[in-house]
Structures are given as C-alpha cells and as structure tokens.
Write a protein that binds this ligand. Structure first.
Ligand SMILES: *[C@@H]1O[C@H](CO)[C@@H](O)[C@H](O)[C@H]1NC(C)=O
Length: 193
C-alpha cells in the first residue's frame, strides 16, 4: 500500500520543464578509441545545427582519418545561440560548414557513414559523413565528408524530444607508424522539448 502511495505521488509530481533523456545510437560503426565525456546544451536549449571537422583525402601516400570532430550548435526557445558542444575530438582537418534546421526547429535524429575495418595494413578511416534530421522536416541535412564507407540505419529521438547533447568515440593519435581513424562513432542525447 505504501509503495502504491509513493508511486502515485511520483506520477503526480509536476514534470520538469527540461528532463534529460536517453541516448540514440545506430549500431554498426567501428569501435576504435574511447567514448568521450558527455556534453550537453545549457539547460533549456537544444541542438539546431551541426558541423563536421573533416580531413580531406591524402592523394597517394598518407594516413586518412576523415571525420575528426562533430560540433553541435545549441539554441533556446527564444532562438538565441547558447553555445556549442563537441565531446571528444581529434585535431586533423578543418571545419567544413554549418548545416542547420530552420529557426525554431531542432535536430531529432542522425545517420552516420562508416567505413568498416579493412584488412590489416590498409588505411582505415572510420566515420566519413553525417546526416541529421530536423523535427519539422522529413528531409535530412547531409554534411558530405569523404566518400568511404556506407550509411548505417538512422536513429531518432522520441516524439516531442530534440537532440540536446552528445558523446563521441574518438581514437587518439597513433603516432607516425600507426593507422589513425579519429572519430569512429557518436551517441546523441535526446531531451524533452
Ligand atoms: C564554440 O564555443 C566556444 C566557447 O565554448 C567559443 O569560443 C567558440 O567561438 C564557439 N565556436 C563557434 C564556431 O561558434
């Protein structure tokens, strides 16, 4: 009986304006390196836009890494930018341009282009490109990155939720004789809008 009363109280409690949700993840990406620290948009704000840091293909000899970082741009309900977040990053390449949902809309899903591990002694690149979806559009935004790999299955936040944070899995620098892959995988955090 006591348990029921506690449960009833918990269910009746006013819901928080901003509750931290779970993470979405598309399986199948490569798994070199370690998951970085979770970074979230400031409370009451959500990711509306994203940008990739990509290393261009080395022609001929050279160790390709493709995607090195993902940056999310956070906005609040008043449509003001409240900062940007990245989780772990590697330092090669350059930022390649911002892809954004319309003002007042937020990101709510993603798909990653991932190159599977190659046979030994070939040049692995792991993540190569990213698509993200906006709540109010059926089309995706695609930051094209590099050509290698193939798209995983898309993953979406629950209805009424938007992307509000991320953690990235990034392989640290392998030194001159190692095969660097940089960013391998990502999980996006979803929060109630
Ligand atoms: C990202 O945020 C940092 C502060 O955390 C700021 O210094 C930097 O200018 C921001 N970058 C962009 C591209 O908005």
């Amino acid at each position: 009986m006591l348990l029921l009363a506690v449960l009833a109280l918990a269910l009746a409690a006013p819901s928080l304006a901003y509750s931290l949700g779970g993470f979405i993840h598309s399986p199948g990406a490569t798994s070199h390196g370690f998951w970085g620290k979770i970074e979230s948009c400031p409370v009451g704000s959500y990711a509306r836009a994203f940008e990739l840091k990509v290393e261009k293909p080395h022609s001929g000899v050279g160790d390709d890494t493709s995607v090195n970082a993902i940056r999310l741009y956070c906005y609040n309900a008043a449509r003001k930018n409240t900062g940007n977040i990245t989780s772990s990053t590697m330092n090669r390449g350059s930022w390649t341009g911002v892809y954004s949902c319309d003002e007042g809309d937020f990101l709510n899903g993603y798909n990653l282009k991932s190159q599977p591990d190659q046979v030994p002694f070939t040049d692995d690149t792991a993540a190569n490109a990213l698509r993200m979806y906006c709540s109010q559009s059926s089309d995706y935004l695609e930051s094209p990155g590099n050509e290698w790999g193939s798209w995983l299955e898309p993953s979406f936040c629950g209805s009424g939720m938007g992307v509000c944070g991320l953690t990235t899995r990034v392989q640290e620098d392998q030194g001159i004789f190692g095969d660097d892959t940089a960013l391998n995988d990502v999980r996006f955090q979803c929060c109630d809008l």
